[in-house]
Design a protein around this ligand. Structure first.
Ligand SMILES: [Fe+2]
Length: 342
């Protein structure tokens, strides 16, 4: 088996492939690692046939939808997944064939209703059902400690003790464990009495994950993260450096417009000399009366250079094909000591 573990913060993703046929499957890919994952698949010379999420993640942004599109591979999830972009839904016991590899899905609800573990010859990908020295939490949407007890003690821990365990998260830099080692050492698995296990899970009192609502919105419904919207806009907008803009202002160039898209108080407190003011919220409504020439060179600016990137992308959509954004925004402009007009 060709095998790569991709670590991002505490998230673990996996690329495994059949060495004979070069067919591959991606498990739990993460959004910020799309380029790296695509690069890795290319470097390994493999063809990704499936992109699989072990469950609806509440604590990382899944790249499955986007990678599925880029790789022309179906997104595979459990039958109970709410994600509208899951094209292949697995039942307990269903098997995927990837070249000469056989991957068997085991439905293991508990962390979420739609959690599953995937067994591939000598290893099992446990998602957040079983972590190294821990288990997934059961206090997030669709979590259920009773179901987790059944999934662990009734299913997962009955597998071959020699199977390697590869979880969807590890926050301590460990790459894998084994079923046997977890049965022996995992503190949570020492609670073999159902009532005691459930009580322990209910008393964990964990803080909510940092991006819970954004992760659920994107992973459950196929929406985009704010970072994704920005990255897509950045990919189709050129930027102007601070020094480039500084050299151009005051040049009496009628074909060059600085458009400040912040709110009025921020604009009034200090803007690039000669800048026009058009808040982002009014952009589409007022742009026609403000900018008559669609061939004009526009540099949008905002406080940090993010909203202005979205504004420049919108202007390009509207036909202002020479729109660009100020790299770093007004914060960087001020810090660099360039002139302000108030
Ligand atoms: Fe999770």
């Amino acid at each position: 088996m060709l095998f790569e573990q991709i670590t991002t913060g505490g998230c673990q993703s996996y690329l495994l492939a059949c060495p004979d046929t070069r067919a591959a499957i991606l498990i739990d890919p993460e959004l910020s690692q799309i380029d790296r994952t695509m690069g890795l698949a290319g470097q390994m010379g493999v063809h990704v046939r499936y992109v699989l999420d072990t469950h609806t993640h509440a604590d990382h942004f899944s790249a499955s939808r986007e990678l599925g599109e880029l790789l022309h591979a179906p997104v595979v999830m459990n039958r109970l997944s709410p994600a509208p972009y899951a094209q292949m839904r697995l039942d307990d016991g269903d098997m995927l064939i990837v070249g000469n590899l056989r991957l068997r899905a085991i439905h293991t609800p508990g962390h979420t209703r739609d959690s599953m573990c995937v067994v591939a010859s000598d290893r099992v990908f446990t998602g957040d059902t079983l972590l190294i020295g821990g288990t997934g939490r059961t206090d997030l949407p669709s979590g259920d400690p009773e179901a987790l007890f059944d999934s662990l003690f009734g299913k997962l821990l009955k597998l071959d003790a020699n199977l390697s365990v590869y979880p969807a998260h590890d926050y301590k830099g460990r790459s894998s464990s084994t079923i046997g080692a977890e049965i022996a050492e995992n503190p949570r698995l020492q609670k073999t009495d159902r009532a005691e296990f459930v009580a322990m899970m209910q008393q964990l009192d964990l803080a909510a994950p940092t991006h819970l609502t954004e992760a659920l919105r994107t992973n459950m419904n196929g929406g985009k993260t704010v970072a994704q919207l920005l990255s897509e806009a950045s990919a189709r907008v050129p930027f102007i450096a601070l020094e480039e803009l500084a050299a151009r202002i005051g040049g009496n160039d009628g074909g060059f417009v600085v458009l400040d898209v912040r709110e009025k108080d921020a604009f009034d407190a200090g803007h690039v000399p000669g800048a026009l003011h058009l808040p982002r919220g009014q952009l589409e409504l007022r742009v026609n009366s403000m900018l008559c020439d669609p061939t004009v060179k526009i540099v949008t600016c905002c406080e940090f250079g993010k909203i202005s990137t979205l504004a420049a992308a919108t202007l390009r959509d509207l036909g202002f094909v020479r729109s660009s954004a100020l790299d770093g925004g007004m914060t960087a402009w001020r810090e660099a000591g360039y002139p302000l007009e108030g």
